[in-house]
Write a protein that binds this ligand. Structure first.
Ligand SMILES: Cc1cc2nc3c(=O)[nH]c(=O)nc-3n(C[C@H](O)[C@H](O)[C@H](O)COP(=O)(O)OP(=O)(O)OC[C@H]3O[C@@H](n4cnc5c(N)ncnc54)[C@H](O)[C@@H]3O)c2cc1C
Length: 403
């Protein structure tokens, strides 16, 4: 399995299912409603939620124009407000369920479709904030891509292109220090970073620091020493998710199929039920010849299963008739969302910036990338005191007319 290059095809031919573990089978909640009806429903959902006066996603896309003109924002709330005003910010203060109810979606639709998507994407319910909920629903609309050789190649490619020097190590503490300026006299404030590398503890001084990992004692456990005022501590919890890859033959009867040859699903999403031990599962396939690898008639496929806990052997035996290879990874994956959401600051100290603030609005690669570019621009403008490039309002109008 290690040589496999995966692409996830999120075809939302979702069967909404619930479990009856004691009888060792899932019953199809929706009986004979066809999968294609689900596809139609989800496309409609995207259309409605994202294109209400005007589309949430269109508003978010404005950031690329703002950043192309080098504008930066000093808080994540400020960034979202500049993109979509109070309406976009309001999504952080209500659940996706409330947002959709206000837009006229039925409770049945929210329970069976929306909740299933939230479970697979964020291991949570329709009680997550409206912004991250909208981002998750956008992820169902296709256009998902993967890089041959692994998406991690994007990171190595960017590192190479930026010509940055990478020092591998774990940062343990950051301390503000005052140093003599050398011959010119006077003093300069620097940040002394202590990190452990393969050989030993190393201390090095920096002018500007950008933190790109969640400041949570179980993830990036960085101590801030001797700061006055102190750097705030963040105790908000991250949620555990387990991803298990399995190369095996699905147990079609467990999903209500008497005839295994009828089982054509590539994605299985689940509704909320305390007895359920998976959030969902999707097939993955190589970047090249992906369609062939997805054909259920051609033997075992690779499934990616999302759950809150590692799967026990007994649970694996419910899901698969047989399997020859498995690999599981446990993550503290994403914030445990609980609107109203208060986003951590981006500026932690005069020249320390925190990129992962944005995760509390929505945790995904695009938001992280936007936050990273924002922090770089912010650090630059504050260093050179270009304050007219920070926290500007009405950029959407101004960029149309003035610039
Ligand atoms: C199972 C799973 C599936 C996902 N699927 C998708 C998807 O399909 N699409 C999508 O857009 N997003 C997805 N995401 C979310 C996406 O991975 C994150 O949004 C993104 O990785 C966040 O990037 P980051 O740089 O902020 O943090 P991370 O990618 O977590 O990087 C933080 C890095 O900091 C390092 N680190 C931590 N502490 C220290 C320290 N003290 N010193 C030095 N280094 C430290 C860590 O080792 C890590 O390498 C998924 C997440 C998970 C867990």
């Amino acid at each position: 399995m290690s040589n496999f290059h995966f692409v996830v095809e999120i075809i939302l031919a979702a069967v909404t299912i619930y479990s009856n573990i004691s009888s060792k089978s899932f019953d199809s909640l929706l009986g004979n409603i066809s999968n294609s009806l689900f596809l139609t429903s989800i496309e409609n959902l995207n259309f409605n939620i994202f294109c209400i006066s005007p589309c949430i996603l269109d508003k978010f896309m404005r950031i690329y124009q703002y950043q192309a003109h080098d504008f930066a924002f000093s808080s994540s709330e400020g960034l979202l407000h500049a993109l979509g005003g109070a309406e976009l910010l309001q999504l952080l203060n209500q659940t996706i369920e409330e947002s959709l109810q206000k837009s006229g979606f039925s409770q049945k639709y929210i329970n069976e479709i929306v909740t299933s998507v939230m479970r697979v994407f964020f291991g949570q319910s329709a009680g997550i904030n409206g912004f991250v909920g909208a981002i998750s629903l956008a992820g169902t609309s296709g256009g998902i891509w993967a890089v041959e050789g692994g998406n991690k190649r994007v990171c190595t490619g960017l590192l190479h292109a930026s010509k940055a020097q990478l020092i591998s190590g774990t940062v343990i503490s950051i301390e503000e220090k005052t140093q003599q300026k050398g011959h010119s006299g006077g003093t300069v404030n620097l940040y002394e970073v202590t990190y452990s590398s393969t050989s030993a503890l190393v201390k090095e001084a920096y002018n500007v620091i950008l933190i790109a990992a969640p400041l949570n004692s179980k993830i990036a456990n960085i101590t801030f020493l001797n700061f006055n005022p102190p750097v705030p501590e963040f105790s908000n919890p991250y949620k555990q998710a387990v991803v298990t890859f399995v190369h095996g033959r699905i147990n079609a009867s467990f999903f209500g199929y008497q005839d295994p040859s009828q089982f054509q699903l590539n994605s299985i999403f689940t509704m909320e039920n305390p007895k359920l031990f998976i959030y969902g599962m999707v097939t993955v396939s190589p970047v090249q010849n992906g369609k062939a690898a997805l054909n259920p008639l051609l033997g075992p496929r690779v499934w990616k299963i999302f759950s809150s806990q590692p799967l026990a052997k007994e649970q694996m035996n419910f899901l698969f008739l047989s399997y020859d290879s498995t690999k599981a990874k446990t993550w503290l994956a994403y914030p445990h969302y609980s609107p109203p959401e208060k986003l951590p600051p981006i500026i932690l100290h005069s020249r320390i910036y925190y990129l992962n603030s944005i995760e509390w609005a929505a945790s995904d690669m695009e938001r992280s990338t936007v936050s990273a570019k924002n922090a770089a621009l912010l650090a630059y403008h504050r260093w050179y005191e270009k304050m007219d490039m920070i926290d500007q309002e009405d950029l959407h109008k101004r960029l149309k007319t003035e610039l």
